[in-house]
Design a protein around this ligand. Structure first.
Ligand code: HEM
Length: 249
């Protein structure tokens, strides 16, 4: 264990950190990407507006992509923010209380008080609470527009958690998500396939957010190649890259 007095990393510490990065950073991004593409397929008007922005930046930067151009794309940010609200890859957080909280007796016949030591914060439920996000099941990137985003209480939007142990990879994750969406949408039009399951029913067998029957979408290359693609849990990223590569040739 690393203590604050002796910041020496053992091999086990290093391996644990490396493994955590893989576990925390792989499925989360692929889930976010899958659900964002699903929403874009279901909302072609949002996809069209996003593609316009992507093409504008692509032309402006002579086909080159860099960190600051991705950061400046306002509509891409609105779309990814809304997708992470509607489909937060981490559904809930477990937090250890810094001091015990006495809830009193759960019922009159109980002898002991109920002392809370661990809290579960239900991200999914908070993000879909109609008192916090009106019409919560609607995919509406306008919630995060310049005019509207100040209405969102930052304590109610937490795809990357809040506080000192929030996601250390959030900037990298957002960058990864945005770059992949940029490349996929620049080269492909994404639409619902015959095999798509909408309205979405979630897979009950998985701890991770996943559509029952898998995520199916149609990729129509802007270079006129047509194919349907199923992307699977744990293989999403490579499948996307494969699809993009295939479509752009
Ligand atoms: C869309 C993608 C991602 C989402 C939604 C996400 C979400 C989260 C959340 C909610 C937590 C807090 C978990 C808790 O308190 O129980 C967390 C922690 C963490 N995430 Fe992410 N994450 C994403 C991507 C990544 C990536 C790409 C990496 C690394 C490359 C990463 C590395 C970590 C690490 C190391 C922690 C633990 C931080 C700590 O305990 O101090 N995450 N993430």
């Amino acid at each position: 264990m690393i203590s604050s007095n002796s910041p020496v990393w053992s091999d086990i510490d290093l391996i644990a950190q490396a493994v955590l990065f893989f576990i925390a950073g792989f499925d989360t991004v692929s889930i976010a990407m899958s659900f964002t593409l699903d929403e874009l397929a279901m909302h072609p008007e949002v996809q069209d507006r996003l593609v316009k922005e992507i093409k504008k930046y692509d032309a402006k930067n002579g086909g080159k992509l860099n960190f600051s151009s991705i950061q400046n794309m306002a509509y891409l940010d609105m779309v990814t923010s809304e997708a992470l609200r509607l489909w937060p890859p981490i559904l809930a957080l477990d937090q250890v209380c810094v001091k015990d909280y006495n809830m009193g007796k759960p019922n009159p016949s109980t002898i002991k008080d109920c002392i809370v030591k661990i809290l579960t914060i239900p991200i999914w439920n908070i993000h879909r609470d109609p008192k916090i996000f009106p019409n919560p099941n609607k995919f509406d990137p306008e919630r995060f527009s310049e005019d509207n985003k100040h209405n969102i209480n930052p304590m109610t939007y937490m795809p990357f958690a809040i506080g000192p142990r929030n996601c250390i990879g959030s900037r990298f994750a957002l960058c990864e998500l945005k770059v992949l969406l940029y490349q996929i949408l620049l080269h492909n039009e994404v639409s619902i396939s015959e095999k798509s399951r909408f309205p979405v029913k979630l897979a009950p067998e998985s701890m991770n957010l996943k559509i029952y029957g898998g995520h199916w979408l149609k990729f129509k290359s802007r270079n006129k190649v047509l194919f349907s693609c199923k992307y699977h849990h744990r293989r999403h990223q490579s499948a996307f890259l494969y699809c993009w590569k295939y479509a752009s040739h």
